[in-house]
Design a protein around this ligand. Structure first.
Ligand SMILES: Nc1ncnc2c1ncn2[C@@H]1O[C@H](COP(=O)(O)OP(=O)(O)OP(=O)(O)O)[C@@H](O)[C@H]1O
Length: 679
């Protein structure tokens, strides 16, 4: 698939998509999670791109929801699904499901929806899904203790692109390489020519480093897993709770993740912890050891009676010797014991091993009071410990990075599968909540709904009365005020839209004739001005010409009617009280004219109107009229049969009220006379 051929994908987006491993597959599968991994592509945009790709693949001209109200119904249907997702991803992914007139596309979603309906929505899975999100690339990893070095300008550019996390330096000779080795802990030379060059410091010659960037920057994979750790753990939990097959050994993956800290460092390694603590606590431990030695020595001196011969004292004074000499002479043993104590303390406190010998030299053998550390030795000890810590960390990081790098693809599959499960569960919940069935989708016109219950009504779903309604061709739907005419149109529009999305519908059973467009015109509030009236009329004019244009072009191309949306019945037209756009008399004539045009073109249409009788009179041919009937007034309240009765002009509410008054009697025949006018 040519990326730029997808509607909505320009050169810039195509370049971003090419950064993905397999952008074509992601487009083909409508894989919003993968598409959203392309730099600068949000999930919303990814959903739009995926929709464009699906349309291109199925040769779908789009435009199924042809009017504002039809689009609102699609939005409402989508809303019912997306509010049943746990993750934002699943909500975006559902947006790739749109109503289409193309059978191959509808069948594709139907297969998915049928499998989804088998899923058991489960609270524990929903809870586990809460922390699942598509994996994110950290993008801000910067490693400053390493650099890459090369003599070659082309390699320099390749290295910058392959390993953007580290600096890349151009060097001409060994001298410049040595200079780099003084500034960086590790220098990775990319040219074979440097092999065997003897330079101080950690300089490695690795000509293949660019093909394995993770060996140069294990931080890349470690940071990726550290940042995504919670999402991967949650996805693993989803697999466990939902009993999904995992793409890898979950215990191995989870235990590798447990070894990572939040910043991509390695944790849970006793030796590394020991060395890190020793570096951190070095100053404090030296001070404590020093104090302990001094306390010991002070006590010893306080308890000591020093006897000194007069001649000795004189000779000491003459030599200009201080109290140190006295100390050396008289308290050498005590000093040695105090210093030994300090050394033991330091070694024990920091749990030193390899560096023990250096640590012991931190307190000199020559007696002094007070006992003082040798700063030079302490500095050396710090260097040795830091180097040991860093060596250990690097070794462990590389080992863990190697293990995790192998698990990356599986981790992505794991998270994608958990997110896809959320999409499926939303469909399963929708189907369960509204007691849906998969509709039959035929290439004949018309529709047939049994026990349809619209979740869009303003009453709780449990209180929605089931509606049976079937239409073949063009019909006027009459009915009492508030009988449910608009709600019936909404139900037909919703069932038709969901069926064309490939999704289950809220009915006991339904057959929907496939169409390429749904034209649903809602009731307009108040009388329109002349301009608006003209615009509405034009819409119908355009619709009729479009049907004609298609049927002639299909006939010319010789396309068999069953391979595409039936040329004669490409649209379903639903119109609510068109009479509200103009005066009642003119309205009946206009509606009659539109209905005749649609009848001639074998469209399916339902026009709700209070003027059914007038429309029938204004029409040249016989018009079908259905009616939502009141079964009567009970305590002044209408009792309605919500299912339209075929071929029945429903009695109006005023007629029912006159009838009630006539039945009550005591009016000298006034109401009876009035009632007879309705006959
Ligand atoms: N199938 C149903 N089950 C339960 N309640 C319904 C059903 N259909 C309609 N209603 C209730 O009746 C109300 C009126 O319905 P609706 O607006 O569809 O009637 P209408 O015939 O179009 O009215 P009008 O003639 O005034 O335009 C709805 O708001 C809803 O509360």
């Amino acid at each position: 698939m040519e990326l730029e051929s997808v509607p909505g994908v320009g050169a810039k987006t195509a370049a971003a998509l090419r950064e993905l491993d397999d952008p074509e597959a992601a487009l083909r599968d409508g894989d919003v999670a993968s598409l959203a991994r392309a730099p600068g592509v949000s999930e919303g945009r990814a959903a739009r791109i995926a929709r464009g790709a699906i349309r291109a693949e199925h040769d779908d001209p789009g435009g199924f929801a042809a009017t504002t109200r039809a689009r609102e119904i699609h939005e409402a249907a989508l809303g019912l699904l997306t509010e049943r997702t746990v993750t934002d991803y699943a909500a975006k992914r559902l947006e790739t499901i749109y109503p289409s007139g193309v059978r191959s596309r509808i069948e594709e979603v139907r297969a998915f929806a049928e499998a989804a309906m088998e899923r058991e929505p489960d609270a524990a899975v929903a809870e586990a899904l809460e922390s699942v999100e598509p994996l994110a690339e950290p993008g801000d990893v910067r490693v400053r203790d390493r650099c890459l070095a090369t003599r070659d300008a082309e390699r320099y550019a390749d290295a910058q692109a392959a390993v953007p996390e580290v600096s890349v330096e151009v060097v001409d000779d060994a001298r410049q390489l040595a200079e780099l080795a003084r500034s960086y802990s590790t220098v990775v030379a990319l040219d074979e020519a440097f092999a065997g060059v003897d330079v101080d410091g950690d300089v490695r010659v690795e000509p293949d480093a660019l093909s394995e960037p993770a060996s140069v920057v294990p931080e890349r994979v470690l940071t990726f897993f550290a940042r995504n750790r919670d999402r991967i753990r949650a996805a693993a939990e989803v697999h466990r709770v939902a009993g999904l097959d995992a793409p890898c050994d979950l215990d191995a993956l989870l235990s590798a993740l447990d070894q990572l800290d939040d910043d991509g460092g390695v944790r849970g390694d006793d030796e590394l912890d020991r060395l890190a603590t020793a570096v951190d606590d070095l100053d404090a431990a030296v001070s404590t050891a020093e104090s302990a030695a001094n306390d010991h020595l002070r006590e010893a001196i306080e308890e000591q009676d020093v006897t000194i011969e007069g001649t000795d004292l004189l000779s000491l004074v003459e030599r200009g010797a201080g109290v140190d000499s006295l100390l050396q002479r008289e308290l050498a043993d005590e000093y040695a014991a105090a210093v030994e104590k300090a050394r033991d303390r330091l070694v024990d406190a920091l749990e030193l091993r390899d560096t023990e010998a250096t640590a012991r030299r931190a307190f000199p053998d020559e007696p002094t009071y007070p006992v003082e550390r040798d700063e030079g030795v302490v500095g050396r000890l710090r260097e040795e410990l830091t180097a040991a810590r860093d060596r250990r960390a690097t070794r462990r990081k590389r080992g863990l990075a190697d293990d995790l790098a192998e698990m990356r693809a599986d981790a992505e599959t794991l998270v994608d599968a958990a997110l896809e499960l959320d999409v499926e569960l939303a469909v399963a919940r929708f189907a369960a909540d509204f007691e849906c069935t998969m509709p039959e989708l035929t290439d004949d016109g018309g529709f047939e709904i049994e026990g349809g219950r619209s979740p869009l009504l303003d009453v709780p779903f449990e209180a929605v009365e089931p509606v049976d309604y079937a239409v073949d061709g063009v019909t006027v739907l009459s009915g009492v005020n508030s009988g449910g005419k608009t709600s019936t149109l909404d139900l037909v529009a919703l069932v038709t839209t969901l069926a064309h999305m490939g999704l289950p519908v809220p009915a006991d059973a339904a057959r929907v004739g496939r169409v390429s467009e749904l034209h649903y015109h809602a009731k307009t509030q108040g009388t329109l001005d002349a301009g608006a009236f003209e615009a509405t009329l034009r819409e119908f004019g355009d619709l009729v010409s479009e049907i004609d244009r298609r049927s002639t072009s299909d006939a010319a191309s010789g396309a068999p009617a069953s391979s595409d949306v039936s040329a004669e019945r490409p649209v379903l037209v639903l119109v609510d009280e068109l009479e509200s756009i103009t005066e009642p008399g003119a309205a009946a004539t206009i509606v009659a004219g539109i209905l005749e045009s649609l009848t001639e073109r074998e469209a399916t249409a339902v026009f709700v109107s209070h003027l059914a009788e007038d429309i029938r009179e204004a029409a040249d041919a016989d018009l079908a009229i259905d009616g939502i009937e009141a079964e009567g007034l009970v305590d002044g309240e209408l009792r309605v049969n919500r299912s339209p009765v075929k071929g029945k002009l429903a009695r109006s509410t005023p007629e029912l009220i006159v009838e009630k008054l006539a039945d009550d009697g005591g009016d000298d025949g006034f109401y009876g006379d009035l009632l007879s006018k309705f006959e």
